[in-house]
Design a protein around this ligand. Structure first.
Ligand code: AMP
Ligand code: ZN
Length: 472
């Protein structure tokens, strides 16, 4: 059974469906104002691996993931683009869906959008006011009163002192802008401002729009009820977003809200934060234009443990492409030994749940806090042992199914081993020259040759016995 680290209790806990049959979980979705970057996809891909491990483990799931299609950023950028909000966010929603499909992420069962759930959000604000947890200010905005909810900060383990410090810091940053009776109070309903343009709805407190945290509380309540099994997002959402969701939901609806919390550490680029201003914010399209596949990106993203930051480099993409090609060749050998032609579908694997055979250790690693890098290591060890002791013919099919079971859990799609490119003559010559330069420890020449090959669309990866060549 899958055990996962729970942010709230800070311990490994079994992932169980409360009703014993269907695991009901919620993931905070994308803000659709531009292309999702590869950091966002680290989170979405790991949530997808989570779902696959649960389903291949024998539990059904209900996966809800929202679309944030109204907030400061969507409004700002739709105006810059001179487009109505709905048309603008649709473009980025479609792009997000296309990227998810390329990355082999299963679509959620329900994908509610904030704009499509304004009445539900207004109803929740009204409930919070009626119960004394929220108050309207003179400008028509509504705030959640933090002091009315003593459990605030439990998920992010903020002790009282930190909360007080937070309040002071917020006081300086926000008092000019907002009128609030407690400085850490957060906004539930934002009064209409001229810069919002036509993007407002009427409410009992005047025209405005929901605060960002509110949509997730409204969606979880509508689609999963007061208590559900698990909630997930990137670690940046722990505070304040998830803390605020808990406060809103527990106070408005009762119940327990999420029974377990799954947070994914950030993807870094070349050891640092990814940001637009640093020019290091890659999208899937950026990588594809450099000749890498979505499958290689997925491989890179599952190559790190979700609880540790993962450092992304273009070299890691080249390594991933090479690893996928090795896997594809090994799969082909097993397939031929098994006398099979077509790989089993994900659905078929979920329904039949074959034994992982020699890939049992990989399956155990996945079930031990989604240890994807260890699982990949186990897959390669098993394949290596087949080199020394090929499976007996009557075992080949079971091993082949076992391999597909793990590939399906990781969501890895293999390239066609028959179209894996042979390097042309001029590239092989450059590679030989480079090897000679390396042997002579002439690093400048070796680097220059690598660059030259890269410009011609080929990557060279050094190994113990020489090098391997990969098409970019
Ligand atoms: P957003 O579109 O900004 O609302 O973010 C969508 C998801 O991506 C959220 O779960 C974020 O926590 C997550 N996320 C944002 N940046 C990163 C990153 N660098 N690495 C991993 N996850 C991230
Ligand atoms: Zn959320």
């Amino acid at each position: 059974m899958l055990h996962l680290y729970d942010t709230q209790t800070m311990e490994l806990r079994p992932v169980e469906a409360e009703d014993g049959r269907q695991l009901r979980f919620y993931c905070c979705g994308p803000t659709v104002y531009g292309p999702a970057h590869i950091g966002n996809f680290r989170t979405f891909v790991m949530q997808d691996v989570f779902r696959r491990v649960v389903e291949l483990g024998g539990l059904r799931t209900k996966h809800v993931r929202n679309l944030t299609d109204v907030d400061d950023k969507t409004i700002r950028d739709s105006q810059k683009a001179g487009m109505p909000l709905a048309g603008f966010t649709k473009i980025w929603t479609d792009k997000f869906h296309a990227d998810c499909q390329s990355l082999n992420c299963l679509p959620p069962h329900v994908e509610p959008s904030a704009v499509a759930h304004i009445p539900e959000q207004i109803a929740m604000v009204a409930e919070l006011i009626a119960k004394g947890y929220a108050y309207a200010s003179e400008d028509g905005s509504v705030y959640f009163r933090i002091s009315s909810f003593p459990e605030y900060g439990r998920l992010s383990h903020l002790d009282r002192r930190e909360l007080e410090l937070g309040k002071t810091a917020n006081a300086r940053a926000n008092t000019d802008e907002y009128e609030k009776d407690s400085v850490a109070d957060f906004v539930l309903w934002k009064a209409h401002k001229p810069e919002d343009g036509e993007n407002f709805w009427s409410s009992p407190w005047g025209d405005g729009r929901p605060g960002w945290h509110l949509e997730c509380s409204a969606m979880t309540h509508k689609y999963l009820g007061e208590t559900f099994d698990l909630h997930s997002g990137g670690i940046d959402l722990i505070f304040p977003h998830h803390e605020n969701e808990i406060a809103q939901s527990l106070c408005a609806c009762g119940g327990h809200f999420a029974r377990q919390w799954f947070h994914i550490a950030h993807l870094l680029v070349n050891g640092g934060k990814m940001s637009k201003s640093l020019g290091n914010m890659f999208t899937l399209r950026d990588l594809e234009s450099k000749g890498f596949s979505a499958a290689a990106l997925r491989y890179t993203l599952v190559g790190g443990h979700y609880r540790r930051p993962l450092n992304f480099t273009l070299t890691s993409m080249a390594d991933a492409a090479a690893a996928l090609e090795r896997l594809a060749r090994a799969e082909k050998e097993l397939r031929q030994a098994a006398g099979e032609r077509e790989a089993p579908s994900y659905r078929h694997l979920v329904q039949t749940r074959p034994e992982p055979a020699s890939f049992q250790k990989a399956w155990e690693s996945l079930n031990d806090d989604l240890n994807t890098p260890e699982a990949l290591g186990c897959v390669f060890s098993a394949l290596k042992s087949f080199r020394l002791h090929p499976p007996a013919p009557e075992q080949a099919k079971a091993e082949w199914l076992g391999l597909h079971f793990i590939l399906a859990a990781l969501g890895l799609v293999l390239p066609d081993p028959d179209t894996v490119a042979e390097a042309p003559e001029n590239i092989r010559r450059l590679a030989e020259e480079r090897l000679a330069a390396r042997k002579a420890k002439n690093w400048a020449a070796s680097d220059a040759l690598r660059e030259k090959m890269a410009l011609l669309g080929w990557l060279v990866k050094d190994g113990r016995d020489g090098y391997e060549l990969y098409r970019q």
